[in-house]
Design a binder for this molecule. Structure first.
Ligand code: PLP
Length: 420
């Protein structure tokens, strides 16, 4: 389907979201940067936060703050209860079988580093192979490179097609007897490509290879069912899905966590400690050493509930309509090259403009209150694949409107005028 037809069909499925009501929940959308209304098109970097999350954070510090799992007093018990409630909400959000499959981290990056460290120590030896792809965020490349340096393992990368899709034929042929783990992104932050994760997991599992999914751009936008997908590990960040910074999730299926050695040592992750020897707690405590960001974890529940109440399917439909319209309009501008044109993309539009550096595009748009991102988006191998050092990237979320798409397009016309 061409971009215009995409826009038509997305418009036909009218967005079911009450966007004006949603926008009223986000206080920051009222600010006027440089005297202009804010057009926030950088949610792939971090999302804005609804009042419900901000209120939960304030309530936690005003009424509920205590250290978890350590005290018998009222506040310690209350904070522990609230913390555990978020774990149950996360389990439900993922359709995971047990709360013991859910570990809180700081972010996606920490979740992937945890697996690279612990899985690597237990299962990866010199000459073994880890398979990633050319579309990975640096946080799903560098931890594996560090593991390869430590262990003598080898990193392999699945190539990406001209439209920005994984080359699944090449993926299959990269899997061999020494492949210990496949680590792929679910949704590309630079291209918006939604990878066929169920198929990927089935292909890897047919060869007995476990799969880690980087869900940083999936969890904010898609209804996730880890039991249907069947992945072994899934990492994502709260701050990209309406939650506070400082909280992330690492999901591990079944008994994976109990098969892995600890990542960090410290309080809360032990069973008994003597100077001679320590025995470790079972998951999830085993992987949550030290005092976590309790307030952010507690407030993260409000983010999950906001997404559930709004409905991930409705959010996805809304984003598709926005990105289809933006794709049609921006793609028609002279000198624009779209980077990433896979069908069924998530709400990300990456592009270059002939004769204008992406940073200049972002700077001029910023003068009009429009926030987009420019750069390599922490995906340098992907930028090299597409022969550009950087792109301009607009990313959409549930609070964005068609008017904002039009503001982006009008802003890009001004960029063209400046560089004419
Ligand atoms: N993976 C992807 C696909 C991302 O888009 C990002 C952040 O942009 C990350 C990983 C890293 O997320 P964080 O910085 O929250 O750890």
């Amino acid at each position: 389907m061409n971009t215009v037809a995409m826009a038509d069909s997305a418009r036909a499925a009218a967005p079911a979201l009450d966007v004006e009501r949603i926008r009223a929940d986000f206080p920051i959308l009222q600010i006027r940067p440089r005297g202009r209304p804010l057009v926030y098109l950088d949610s792939a970097a971090t999302s804005q936060k609804p009042r419900q999350v901000i209120d939960a954070l304030r309530r936690y510090y005003e009424e509920e703050n205590g250290n978890i799992h350590r005290g018998v007093h009222y506040l310690s018990e209350l904070a522990t209860l609230r913390y555990d409630e978020t774990r149950e909400a996360t389990r439900r959000f993922l359709n995971a079988e047990s709360v013991n499959e859910v570990v809180f981290t700081r972010n996606t990056t920490e979740g992937i580093n945890l697996v690279a460290s612990s899985f690597g120590q237990a299962f990866v030896r010199a000459g073994d192979e880890i398979v990633v792809s050319l579309m990975e965020h640096h946080s799903n490349i560098v931890p594996w490179q560090l593991l390869c340096e430590r262990s003598g393992a080898v990193l392999r990368a699945v190539p990406v097609t001209d439209t920005g899709e994984l080359d699944l034929g090449a993926f299959e042929s990269l899997l061999g007897p020494r492949t210990r783990l496949v680590a792929l992104t679910w949704v590309s932050n630079s291209l918006g490509t939604v990878n066929p994760v169920e198929r990927i997991v089935a292909i890897a599992h047919a060869r007995g290879i476990p799969v880690l999914l980087d869900g940083a751009q999936a969890a904010p936008h898609l209804a996730i069912d880890v039991r249907a997908v069947g992945c072994d590990f899934l990492a994502f960040s709260g701050h990209k899905m309406l939650g506070p910074t400082g909280v992330g999730v690492l999901y591990a299926r079944g008994d994976w966590f109990d098969r892995l050695p600890p990542y960090q040592g410290g309080g809360d992750m032990i069973d008994t400690v003597t100077i001679e020897k320590t025995t470790y707690a079972k998951a999830p405590s085993r992987f949550e050493a030290g005092t976590p960001d309790i307030g952010s974890v507690v407030a993260f529940r409000a983010a999950i509930e906001y997404l559930e109440r709004t409905g991930l399917d409705a959010i996805q439909r809304h984003e598709h309509a926005l990105v289809a319209e933006a794709t049609a309009q921006v793609g028609a501008l002279p000198g624009v090259r779209l980077v990433g044109t896979a069908p069924g993309k998530a709400g990300v539009l990456s592009f270059t403009m002939e004769g204008v550096h992406p940073h200049d595009i972002a700077t001029i748009l910023d003068q009009h209150g429009i926030a987009i991102r420019a750069g390599h988006h922490c995906t340098q191998p992907l930028m090299q694949r597409f022969g550009c050092g950087a792109t301009a990237r607009a990313s959409f979320y549930l609070y964005n409107t068609m008017d904002e798409v039009n503001a982006l397009v009008a802003g890009l016309h001004r960029v063209r005028e400046v560089f004419a």
